[in-house]
Write a protein that binds this ligand. Structure first.
Ligand SMILES: Cc1cc2nc3c(=O)[nH]c(=O)nc-3n(C[C@H](O)[C@H](O)[C@H](O)COP(=O)(O)OP(=O)(O)OC[C@H]3O[C@@H](n4cnc5c(N)ncnc54)[C@H](O)[C@@H]3O)c2cc1C
Length: 137
């Protein structure tokens, strides 16, 4: 069975647990304390409850963090998402501060290259619109 580490997050409901069991996945509650090098090229996941698991690979859901504080210092509204804190933007990527636009991972939860590139285009459109039609700024 493949282990699924909750890392102290809330456990799934009964239906999800049953589905995981059918897929041969065993839920391992508790926090992960460390991931170490195991034997034979395996990774050893150690939980705070003392249990250890040797696995070939580990898929991790990581949150993102903005490196800069420009948006914050300009007073742009931010929002918490499951992927981390992002800048709040509207449909044309305008932030809460007039004239400031944001595109990229810092303004989209769970982005990828295609989506954040398109957001950049949308931000450009939004800026153009705000310059051409003052009422849209
Ligand atoms: C592990 C991982 C794998 C991924 N795999 C894929 C994939 O296979 N396909 C896909 O489409 N997407 C993938 N993505 C998502 C994709 O990488 C991002 O959505 C995309 O790179 C976001 O682009 P961005 O320009 O917003 O941010 P970034 O690519 O993070 O670029 C921001 C840049 O700004 C620079 N910077 C930060 N602060 C400052 C500052 N103060 N002054 C100057 N420069 C600064 C940083 O150094 C960085 O170069 C992956 C992401 C991760 C984390």
């Amino acid at each position: 069975m493949s282990p699924l580490f909750t890392n102290a997050m809330p456990e799934p409901d009964e239906a999800t647990l049953a589905l995981l069991e059918r897929r041969n996945v065993s839920l391992q509650p508790g926090a992960v304390s460390v991931v170490e090098t195991g034997t034979c090229d395996m990774l050893r996941v150690r939980l705070t409850n003392g249990r250890t698991f040797d696995v070939k690979a580990l898929f991790v859901a990581a949150d993102l963090h903005m490196r800069g504080t420009i948006a914050e210092s300009l007073g742009c509204a931010l929002q918490e998402t499951p992927a981390g804190k992002i800048i709040t933007t509207d449909a044309v990527k305008a932030t809460s501060v007039a004239g400031v636009y944001a595109a990229g991972d810092n303004a989209r939860a769970f982005g990828n290259i295609t989506l954040v590139s398109a957001d950049g285009v949308m931000a450009g459109l939004g800026m153009h619109q705000s310059l051409m039609f003052a009422s849209h700024s």
